[in-house]
Design a protein around this ligand. Sequence first.
Ligand code: SAH
Ligand code: SF4
Length: 392
Amino acid sequence: MNATAPITQDVLTIPRKLPEGAKRNIVGLTRPQLHAALVEIGTPDRQAKMRVGQVWQWIYHWGVRDFAQMTNLAKDYRAKLAEHFEVTIPEVVNRQISEDGTRKYLVRIAGGHEVETVYIPEEGRGTLCVSSQVGCTLTCSFCHTGTQKLVRNLTAGEIVGQLMLARDDLGEWPVMGAPKDEQRLVSNIVLMGMGEPLYNFDNVRDAMKVVMDGEGLSLSRRRITLSTSGVVPEIAKTAEEIGCLLAVSFHATTDEVRDKLVPINKKWNIKALLDALRDYPKLSNSERITFEYVMLKDVNDTDADAKRLVKLIQGIPAKINLIPFNEWPGSAYQRSDWERIEKFADIIYHAGYASPIRKPRGEDIMAACGQLKSATERERKSRAQIAAETGA
Ligand code: SAH
Ligand code: SF4
């Protein structure tokens, strides 16, 4: 497959049509989809809107998965729902907790595939890093996920399910009658896990619609950041149809270097990308774009790079997030020295941009940015490596 070829939805997403007798999962359906599904099982049209609201609150506000517990619905209606639907989320098959408190979940989805989800607790907030694909079609040379072939897109339910399973694990569902807890454990979402979210646009959009809905999980669009490697045609759509914050994996200041680091650049180069980004804040009514920049020793970390970077982004409301490179077994790069990173940050800061250096989190459990890859895939690779080493 061409490394930068767009992926069509129908090839990779689980088919909508269910096998005979199978129940439809409600998790991940948007309100209109749930409405249609309830009408389909015989809910009178005039009641459907109210039933959607009731079921929605049980599932996404209270975290209830069993229809029998949805006590404001008539008993026979609950039975009918249970006959046709289920409320399921992906299974956590392994959980690792880093010494810094970061939690990494290995999550099994339909078909036996696996993705990783990472929870990062911080002072006064907590961020969940969510995956959108199993593997990735792109092959950014510094990224571990990029060494794993794309297996498939996640469904909207599997994307929403990652937030629900984290809330399960953290015990974050509200308790009826208890005072409202203002401090949320998962207060932010970043679509920065495995995969390129804009190559799975429809499912990511639907999932975020569910996550942003004020009667349920209720995370505002300003607490969601989608990171893209630069799928230019989908950027305006992201502003219009999701409206979340945008981060872009920039990583280089010349096309020559970016072609090597982020190969999608061969399709949409720096100029095309910047043109699309210029319109984003206005279209999405958000303040600024985050430019992610991975610091690779002797590759993209000179003073000249820093100066070129500020010149390139001139006129775009931005902050530049410097990411010290996180190593993974077999990676070809090294992290820039600390003084180099600080000097680079200084140049950007003096040009008038915020230039935070991202603190690597969960490195001891391979949960830091760009280290994700499903455990079975990782094992397969290491077995292959062992075989090569021993000549077996
Ligand atoms: N596919 C999307 C989102 C996932 S990657 C994208 O590429 O934007 C989230 C961020 O981590 C991206 O900026 C990515 O370039 C960066 N990253 C990937 N591998 C990394 C590594 N080994 N060390 C540090 N950052 C890395
Ligand atoms: Fe895919 Fe993003 Fe990794 Fe590139 S950096 S290979 S787009 S997950």
